[in-house]
Structures are given as structure tokens and as C-alpha cells.
Design a protein around this ligand. Structure first.
Ligand code: 5RP
Length: 231
């Protein structure tokens, strides 16, 4: 899976929030702790930071095969979610986050596993550079994961809801499904929209993380600082 990495400056912001996230969760790490780890370029940097503490905590549950592989590469044990109870924290990036801590996620097509792992965690720590901080969600296309045979049906239903779904050609999720991206779809009421889209037959989930948004946002600023916000 290839992730966006637009500029060296943006990478520096992502690296700064990844380091801040490690400090945020460090007090939670004991030899019994399993944490949830997300997917994407920012999450990758967090995994690299987490690797420096490999062996001091039990391990992680990953939200994608790509993250699982990276975690193992750092010597971190990766657990099946079904073998793990509640986790104290889930750390992941976002494509957009609004003032109410609702997010669009799934630019890397890992939205469903991200939502599942996040649901099992007590806290969601979102790590993002300041380009992701928006007043209203929807500049970034909203991903919807669909069962392949339902793709056209779901697309027609989404058009009726005022969306412009585009099939993300060539992408198969880790769950064997496909993605429709909703372009130019401003989302004023994310909790309601998350639920409406999820009710369409054939939708696995959509990339709105609103009913369960972030609890903490670590936002990398252009001046090199990391702003911490708590819901
Ligand atoms: O939801 C995701 C992957 O499915 C990512 O968290 C989101 O796309 C942000 O990625 P990046 O950190 O590369 O900007």
C-alpha cells in the first residue's frame, strides 16, 4: 500500500506528531499492554517511533496488513483482535478532522479495520498535520467500502443522496472489498451521515468516524510545534 507523502516539510510535521504520540501513550505501556495501531504515512511514522520501545509492552493490533508487517519489522508482536480484550488506546492518522473531532478516514482503504480496532480502544489519539484540520468535513473524498457485487447498486443509492461516487479502480481492501469515493460532498452532520450511508445494503462501512470520533488530537503545525486538543 503506498501512502501520500507530499513534501519533506509535511513529513517533518508527521514525524513530530508521531513522536508526540509516543510520549502521549508511553505512560500506558506495561508488559501486559496491547495497543491499537492505524494505517497510513503518519501511522507508519508512529510505528517507527513505537519500535524504539519494542519489548517493553506486549504488542499491537494492526488495522491493516501493511501496518502489521511494519510492526513485525520492528520486533513488535501483532495480535489478532479476537484474542485481545479492550485496549487502552488506538493511534491513527486522518484525512480530515473537524472541530467536533469527527474525521474522514480511509484514504489508504483501511477504513473498516480502522473502525473496528478503534471501537475496541478506550481512547482514540488522532495524529495529523495541520492540513487535515478543517471546519467542515468533505473536501477530502469520503470513502465507502462496499461488497463488490453491490457496488453499482450502492453507487446509485448514493447519487440519490446527492453524492458523486467514483469507483477507486484497482483497489481491493484487506477484506476483499471495493471502495467508492464521494467527491465534493460537504458533510454538515457527520453522525447522521455516517449512519445513513452505513444503512445502505451492501455497504460494509464508510470513512466517517463521527459517532466514535477522536478523543485526543495531536496536530503538527508549520512552525514545528505540536498542538494537543482533547475532546
Ligand atoms: O485512514 C487512513 C488509511 O485508511 C489514514 O489514516 C489516512 O488516510 C491518513 O493517511 P496519512 O497519514 O497517510 O495522511
Amino acid at each position: 500500500m503506498a501512502f501520500r507523502s507530499k513534501t519533506a516539510a509535511q513529513d517533518a510535521l508527521k514525524r513530530a506528531v508521531a513522536k508526540a504520540a509516543l510520549e502521549e501513550i508511553r505512560p500506558l505501556l506495561t508488559p501486559e499492554t496491547v495497543i491499537g495501531v492505524g494505517t497510513g504515512s503518519t501511522a507508519n511514522m508512529f510505528i517507527d517511533e513505537l519500535g524504539t520501545l519494542a519489548g517493553t509492552f506486549k504488542g499491537a493490533v494492526a488495522s491493516s496488513e501493511a501496518s502489521a508487517e511494519r510492526l513485525r519489522g520492528h520486533g513488535i508482536d501483532v495480535f489478532d483482535l479476537n484474542s485481545v480484550g479492550s485496549m487502552p488506546v488506538y493511534v491513527d492518522g486522518a484525512d480530515e478532522i473537524d472541530p467536533g473531532f469527527a474525521m474522514i478516514k480511509g484514504g489508504g482503504a483501511a477504513l473498516t479495520r480502522e473502525k473496528i480496532v478503534a471501537a475496541c480502544a478506550e481512547r482514540f489519539v488522532c495524529i495529523a498535520d495541520e492540513s487535515k484540520d478543517v471546519a467542515v468535513l468533505g473536501q477530502f473524498p469520503l470513502p465507502v467500502e462496499v461488497i463488490p457485487m453491490a457496488r453499482s447498486y450502492v453507487a446509485r443509492e448514493l447519487v440519490k443522496m446527492g453524492a458523486d461516487p467514483i469507483y477507486r479502480q484497482g483497489v481491493i481492501t484487506d477484506n476483499g472489498n471495493q471502495i467508492l469515493d464521494l467527491y465534493d460532498f460537504p458533510i454538515e452532520h457527520p453522525v447522521e451521515m455516517e449512519s445513513r450511508i452505513n444503512q445502505l445494503v451492501g455497504v460494509v462501512t464508510n470513512g466517517l468516524f463521527a459517532a466514535r470520533g477522536a478523543d485526543v488530537l495531536l496536530l503538527g503545525r508549520k512552525d514545528g510545534s505540536v498542538e494537543r486538543r482533547e475532546a
